[in-house]
Each structure stands twice: as structure tokens, then as C-alpha cells.
Design a protein around this ligand. Sequence first.
Ligand code: NIG
Ligand code: FE
Length: 422
Amino acid sequence: MTRADLIIYNIGQLVTFKEGPQPARALRDPRNAGIIENAGIAIRGERVIDVGSTSRILTEYEAEARINADGRLVTPGLVDSHTHLIFAGSREDEFEMKLQGYSYSEILARGGGIYRTVRATRQASVQELRRLLLERLLLMVRHGTTVVEVKTGYGLLPEYEVKMLNALEGLDSPGLPKIIPTLLAHVIPQEYKNRRQEYINLFIKEIIPRSLAAKVKPLYIDVFCDKGAFNIEETRRILEAGMGHGLRVRLHAEELAYIGCSDLAGEFQIDSIDHLEYLPAKNIELLVAKRTVANLLPTSMLSIFSEKKPPVNELREKGAIIAVSTDYNPNNMNPVLATTMDIATYLLGLTPLEALAAATINAAWSLRIDNVHGRIVPGAAADIVVWDVPSYKWIGYEWGHDKTLVVVARGAMVKNELGGTC
Ligand code: NIG
Ligand code: FE
């Protein structure tokens, strides 16, 4: 017998995604999701060491901690590949304004929205930001999210952007979601209102280099390329500078209008383009050819009361890799990616299996961490969720409550409502 730290057995349906990222179209054949019936998993330390039939795992491994999944669904931990998790303050009164008919863009143009959060975030201490962040991370992980991408972008000036990155220090530990930090060029600060070029220069010459000297360094550069934020030329300059410093690229694009941002997929290797409500058909093939993820944010659509939807059918038919993420931010306060998956079935028409791939393996691919996260294979991080349903077909079908029973994040037991010998 080989020693393990934890065995999960009697898994009714284990979705491993061992074949890696999947275009939505490929999931019409569920075999591409690497599904094992009556499965078992052996875990040692932070890693999965074996995956197979319950009988083989129980014969070959011994562990003091054993969980009987009793016929339930088990999936990789969820990967939230687009969030704005570090901020202070809140904007609940803007929610009421939106209900009265003010648009997201109008509120921003009047100095509210992002600018309001910038004021609150600049005032907060690094300790306060870290405390708020930790609260949100704990909430997320208890609901099954084991990796989270976190953007800056509420500091806007060098010292505050660095403060946001410093707030991430000390939070990299098993039992918390793994953080992937991104430096975000969000909007032109009010101080630079009529000096756009000066701000772009500041971003390139100061903010990018200083971010790379912060306590936690960004892995990605992102730009909010849209009407009311950065235009395509400005975005191009910022992305080139970020890439020059070794940062990978993701992009906010085509949320409020099409101004040409997704065309940049042809010029750069962009790992993920996010929002995409106004994505023109001509650019879908570009995303497919570059394996750029179409990262869709359904609760963001709700939060700006947008009726415009991304072209999901065309993305699916042409073979795009689709992710979904929460876009958690003070304008869109849904921290639960599992809920986003459920809503993605209704609002975007994703099938349950497409929604699951979109929130696990495809999201991990969008962050280039798919070898370790988003799939359950030997050697991968032990990020695992046991759900209180028998199969993936219940995603979307049953929703509105927390269906997670067990959450393991990098081998650490975060939640166990099933008991067993732990
Ligand atoms: O992804 N679109 C730009 N940024 C965020 C919203 C940020 C905010 O409103 O504070 C988004 O939706
Ligand atoms: Fe965003």
C-alpha cells in the first residue's frame, strides 16, 4: 500500500479535464472532458498523486483522511480568471441610480464608478486592503474557487498601484485560492484628464517598472480598451511596454462598444480577451487561430443592465475556447463563480459541461496554468470540489444555493460537510 494524505472515493462522476482546454464545440462529445464513473482520487501534500477507479485507489493507497463521496459529482476547483478583488468602499447607491436609468458610462463620466472606488482605495491602508481581500478570498474558496486572477487598477498613480500589489503579500498559502496578479491600466486618472499622453507615458515609464519591483509582481498586463477608457493606439503602446518587461497579455474589450480592440488579437499573443459583447464576427477566427480565450462575464452584463450578448453561437461553431469569470468588482458584487456558471447557462446558452469547462480548464488555460490547475490528473494541484449533485448535468439546472459539500485547495481541506475520517 502506498501512503496518501487524503483519499476521496465512491465518486459517482469525476470530471478530470485530463485532455486539457476544450473549445465549446468539442464538448458535444463528453468523452473530451475525461469523465470517470465510480472514481477515486489519492492526494499527498498539495498534489494529486493518482486518479482511477474507486476499487483500484482503495486497494493501492492508504490514508488517515478518507471521504466517501457517495455517488456525487467531483470536479476540479473553480478558476476565476477575471476579478477586481482589491478595493475599498462600496457603490450600493450607484446600483439604485442604475435602476433609475443612469448608465454605467454616465456614472463614470460624472466622477463616480471606478473613480469613486479609486478615491476609497487610495485612502485605505495596505493592511485594510489585505483584510478586505482576505475576507473575499475566504468567501470564494468556501464556494469552490481555488484559483483567482486579481487585477490592480483602482490606484491609477504609481504609489497606489504598487500599494495594491503589496496588499497581495502573504496570501499565497494552501487553503486559500491561488492568486494570479495582473497590472491593469483601467482609466485615465482625473488628475490627468486633459493630459492623456502624459498618463500613458507615466504608465509605461513608471507604473510598469515599479509594479515589477513590488512585493508581489504581476504576471499579466491588462488594459480596459473601450469607449470611455483607453483607445486602441493607447492600448497598443501599453501592451507593447508590458510585453517588453516580460508580462503576458489579457484585455478588457468590446464591453460597451466596438472600437477595434479585439483586432489587437492579430498583432499580439493575447491569452484572454474579456467581455466581448460587441465582438465583430470578423475577429472570431482570429481568436480561434491564436487560441485566445473568449472570456465571458455574464454577471457583468447584468450589472450594467446590458441587453447586448456576446456571439456565443458563432464562437462555439467556429471553435473558440470559452471561459467564464465573475468580474467581481464594486459594480458587480458576485464572488461565487459557481453562480456565474449557473447563470451562464441561462444568459449565454452554454451547456452545463461547457459552463464547467469555462470555469475550470479553459479559465486555467487563459492564465497559462492549465498544467497544474483546472484539471484532476497526477501531478496537478489538489484543487477539488465535491458537489451535492450526481452529475455535471445539474449545473444550471439546480441553482440559487451553495451546492459545494467539500472543497480542497492545494491539498488543504477548506470545507467538509460530508464528514469521513478526517
Ligand atoms: O470589468 N470594465 C471595466 N472594469 C470593470 C468594472 C470596474 C468598476 O466598475 O469598478 C469591469 O467590468
Ligand atoms: Fe473587469
